[in-house]
Write a protein that binds this ligand. Structure first.
Ligand code: ADP
Length: 641
């Protein structure tokens, strides 16, 4: 994504999160319902199986009991006649739960018993009932080292009642011997009485689930006995629990993954927020940067421009991005040269330093751009294009040009001013030797005209005249030397010497104006580096201004102090006059070009002075002189950068 494009805002994730949560709840509810239905049908199946098993068991037991009763009913008189026959017959029927057999005659007297030790009292009521009914009846359960039930079987021979066979079933034995293994494995089977008391049990292990037990009347033993079976556990594989466990596991996994997802989402959101902040910061930076930025791909197509570049050229980002050469901001007349440069940059042979080029704005106005090109390397270290920083230097160029022109103008003006000053100086300086030459000439002429003068005398006067002519020549040469050079030059300068030269120029003028110049050099002055002519000109101007300021002062006050002292790493000059002083309202304009209060003044002097001093990295300022007048300060450093 280009950096300038705002990050798209993501939809709120709240409702997105609601969907998986709702689905999860529905899923758990649906699976729970299915499980519940499955468990219910499973329980019903088990119950049906239990009931059919119990029916089968009850039938089986009934069959055994009925069979035993029939066998007992078939005992012959011989078999109940003596002990041995009875024992043999009894043994043949003793089976399963049937443990004891007794033979009671028609009067109810115990005649025979097997095993013989059996002395159980037989209630008459059952005997009579069996006799009356003529078929086997069962007595109530009783306890006698375990619980027992007796069966009373009336025996008839040739139509006559001969006695009753009483066989005792041990309920415990009945259960132990008669139940098939598969039933025992599946259920805990017990015999209970009407009061719910457990009389015999097939297993001592308590069944886990009493509620799922099934109970049915144990008939014909009757007398309130019941068979009760309690399933141990499902014989089928535990699909339900397994499914439940799987469901719980699944639910936990889904919960965990939801939690992990949420955490991940939070981290992602935090990272996204940080990224957004970073992006916004970068965007703000790019929008506020004043340097134009432009990215191009390897084919030279523009892939990115920042607002500063758009402002610079006048085309919008949408118009520029995707543009291939020639670019709209290329100068029509430089098209070929610009394309050649463009191709060189793409080939990696462009200028390594910044280079200047002329571009045009949308308005058609040309401007100079300073461009730095650098390869654009992506996050994977691949070279994907070129990045350029573009600075509009046309204003700077204009300012430089203006400064150059100003400097040139200043120099010309300065030269003119100096020459003007020189001219007046020249007039003063030459006045004296010329007057002397003229008077020597007049003397000579007078000597010749009178005829009194000899040649020797005339020669001496002419020699003096020649000396004055030479002096005039020296003055002219010195002034010529002073103004000869135009270019500022950096050369070692002894300020004391320089000051001497300058004061030499103004000496005559000062004398004629009755001004005393007090020169004071404090200590050894360091050697400066600078332009002798320009600095002389500046000092000359300051001295002349001081002299001008004292024009209307009475004679004794016309003293100009010129002091120089070594200070810090340079020289401090003070030019103090006792003149009119500078009024506060004019102080601000003093250094402006053309400002003057003098009828003959040009108003360029101080302006040039400041340029010269600052050009030498120095400072020029003024302050009121405590004794009246002004003090102009000049500082000049030794080392000029
Ligand atoms: P000019 O001397 O041609 O007038 P300058 O730039 O040298 O131009 O000076 C500008 C003005 O500053 C002068 O006209 C004068 O009014 C004021 N000035 C300069 N030096 C002094 C001084 N030492 N004392 C008082 N006024 C001064």
């Amino acid at each position: 994504m280009p950096v300038g494009t705002p990050l798209p805002s993501l939809p709120s994730p709240r409702w997105l999160w609601l969907l998986p949560r709702l689905s999860f709840v529905f899923f758990i509810a649906a699976v729970s319902l299915l499980l519940w239905l499955y468990n219910r049908s499973e329980a019903e199946n088990q119950r049906m199986t239990l009931i059919s098993d119990m029916l089968w068991l009850e039938q089986d037991l009934q069959f055994q009991l009925t069979h035993n009763a029939e066998l007992l009913g078939q005992f012959s008189p011989r078999q109940v006649s003596d002990r041995n026959s009875f024992a043999a017959a009894a043994r043949s029927v003793l089976d399963g739960g049937l443990r004891r057999v007794r033979w009671l005659d028609r009067t109810g007297q115990l005649r025979l018993a097997y095993p013989e030790a059996d002395t159980t009292v037989t209630p008459d009521a059952y005997l009579r009932l069996a006799h009356t009914r003529g078929k086997a009846i069962y007595g109530a359960a009783y306890e006698n080292t375990g619980w027992w039930v007796d069966v009373y079987v009336p025996v008839f021979h040739r139509g006559g009642f001969s006695g009753t066979l009483v066989a005792s079933y041990s309920l415990q034995q009945l259960l132990e011997k008669s139940l098939p293994w598969w039933l025992v494995e599946r259920y805990r089977i017990v015999i209970v009485n009407a009061g719910g008391r457990e009389l015999a049990a097939r297993s001592q292990v308590a069944a886990p689930n009493e509620e799922s037990s099934y109970q049915m009347a144990f008939d014909p033993p009757g007398s309130g006995l019941y068979l009760r079976a309690t399933p141990y556990r499902s014989p089928l594989p535990p699909v339900g629990p397994l499914l439940s466990a799987a469901l719980v596991l699944l639910a936990l996994t889904v919960l965990w993954s939801l939690w992990a997802l949420r955490r991940q989402e939070r981290q992602r959101l935090a990272a996204e927020h940080a990224l957004r902040q970073e992006h916004a910061f970068r965007k703000a930076m790019e929008d506020s940067v004043q340097t134009g930025l432009r990215a191009r791909d390897l084919e030279g197509r523009i892939t990115y421009v920042n607002p500063a570049f758009c402002r610079m050229v006048g085309w919008s980002e949408a118009e520029l991005v995707g543009q291939a050469p020639p670019m709209p901001y290329w100068m029509d007349e430089d098209l070929e040269a610009t394309r050649a440069l463009h191709d060189r940059i793409l080939a990696g042979e462009g200028p390594t330093q910044g280079f200047e080029i002329r571009f045009k704005r949308r308005s058609g106005e040309a401007f100079t751009a300073l461009i730095h090109e650098a390869p654009l390397i992506d996050a994977n270290g691949r070279h994907v294009g070129w990045m350029s920083s573009i600075i509009d230097v046309s204003e700077q160029k204009k300012a430089e040009e203006l400064a150059r022109q100003q400097q040139e103008r200043l120099q010309t003006t300065a030269r003119l001013v100096t020459m003007g000053e020189m001219a007046s100086s020249l007039a003063h300086e030459l006045n004296q030797p010329l007057a002397a030459i003229a008077s020597y000439n007049t003397g000579c002429l007078n000597l010749i005209a009178s005829g009194e003068g000899d040649l020797k005398e005339i020669g001496a006067v002419l020699a003096k005249s020649a000396e004055q002519a030479q002096r005039a020549g020296r003055i002219i040469r010195r002034i010529y030397e002073f103004v000869r050079r135009a270019e500022p030059k950096a050369e070692p300068l002894d300020l004391e010497v320089l000051l001497g030269e300058v004061l030499g120029f103004v000496e005559a003028d000062a004398r004629s104006r009755g001004i005393r110049i007090e020169r004071r050099i404090a200590g050894d002055l360091p050697v400066l580096t600078g332009d002798r002519v320009l600095l002389s000109q500046a000092l000359l101007n300051l001295i002349r201004n001081g002299m001008d300021a004292m024009r209307d002062q009475p004679g004794p006050r016309r003293i100009l102090h010129v002091e120089a002292a070594a200070e810090d790493s340079g020289i401090h000059l003070r030019i103090a006059d006792q003149g009119t002083g500078i009024r506060p309202e004019t102080a601000g304009q003093l250094f402006e070009p053309l400002f003057t209060t003098k009828p003959e003044g040009m108003g360029m002097g101080l302006n040039i002075c400041r340029s010269v001093v600052e050009g030498h990295q120095g400072r020029l300022w003024h302050e009121p002189n405590p004794g009246g007048g002004s003090i102009f300060h000049v500082t000049l450093p030794v080392a000029v950068a």
